[in-house]
Design a protein around this ligand. Structure first.
Ligand code: PAJ
Length: 286
């Protein structure tokens, strides 16, 4: 596996692969990799001849009071994991390489960026879209892989790609959970053992929502109430939001009468965790 920090050698390598007509798969990440990330890498390996992974903790998607400095980093471990998966190239740029002095250009996906996580993390998706567009321009992938763990991110990136006519296929992939159901996240490392147990309330509340929906409940108000009650029964948990929205527009739904996203953001102690389930024509995915 090649590790590239600079833009020029990355461009050279990509253009060589392009000339050879190889299909390029791309997995953008912020590192501290877990099985969720690796599931995306494996899908890329299956579908493409060349797989590129980026690790870049993107300062532009963190708010001023968020955890940019604390965000876990372990390049050596990540490198080993990616090597084992047979990744061809790891792009690991510096902040200065991505955002040199005087950087001025940003991408916004209106409306969608302001819903759900956008409410409590203003500017977050502007930072995500900006870095993902830059990475797409550098890596020029045929396909890029994103996890449903970050459902709003998937929906926004798909919209950006559609609106800006980007020649890349966005492939969303299932949320990967720990053995006990907790959605894998690099931020889980912030949880102490007691909080780690309390964090299971997110998945439990989605299980409850699933049960209600499968029993025929269509009133989103009632489903949200039940979810909130369950989360509030956990002393270490504090709700940021519980929403049920249209899976494409992210508009709030009163009735479950189309494809929908049940999305949660919950603080466990000081750590903000998200989880979701999707109600789609084939059933419930979570
Ligand atoms: P990061 O949180 O590192 O996640 C990288 C990719 O892994 C995202 O597509 C995310 O949805 C996926 N992922 C994370 N946890 C997952 C899980 N438990 N199951 C399945 N997929 C999972 O998302 C970002 O980084 C950044 O916003 C980024 C897109 C790299 C832009 O900076």
């Amino acid at each position: 596996m090649e590790i590239v920090n600079e833009i020029e050698p990355l461009r050279e390598k990509i253009s060589l692969w392009k000339k050879q007509g190889l299909k390029i798969g791309f997995v953008p990440t912020m590192g501290y990799l877990h099985e969720g990330h690796l599931s995306l890498v494996r899908e890329s390996k299956k579908r493409c001849q060349v797989t590129v992974v980026s690790i870049f903790v993107n300062p532009k998607q963190f708010g001023p009071s968020e955890d940019y400095n604390l965000y876990p980093r372990d390049l050596e471990r990540d490198r080993r994991l990616l090597e084992q998966e047979g990744v061809n190239l790891l792009y690991y740029p510096s902040v200065e390489a991505m955002y040199p002095e005087g950087y001025r250009t940003y991408v916004e996906v209106e409306l969608l960026q302001d819903k759900l996580c956008g409410q409590s993390r203003p500017g977050h998706f502007r930072g995500v879209c900006t870095v993902v567009l830059k990475l797409f321009n550098l890596v020029q992938p045929d396909e890029a892989y994103f996890g449903w763990k970050d459902a709003q991110q998937v929906i926004i990136i798909k919209k950006m790609v559609e609106d800006l006519n980007l020649p890349v296929k966005v492939v969303p992939l299932p949320l990967v959970r720990d053995h006990d159901g907790l959605a894998l996240s690099s931020r889980n490392t912030y949880l102490n053992p007691e909080e780690r147990k309390a964090a299971l309330v997110l998945k439990k509340s989605l299980d409850l929502a699933e049960k209600l929906i499968l029993a025929g409940e269509r009133d989103t108000g009632r489903i949200k109430e039940k979810i909130k009650e369950l989360i509030q029964s956990e002393p270490l948990a504090r709700i940021d939001y519980v929403e049920i929205v249209d899976l494409k527009t992210l508009e709030s739904l009163e009735q479950l009468d189309r494809e929908a996203l049940v999305a949660l953001a919950v603080f466990i102690g000081r750590t903000r965790l998200i989880d979701n389930l999707r109600v789609v024509s084939g059933g419930i995915e979570k």
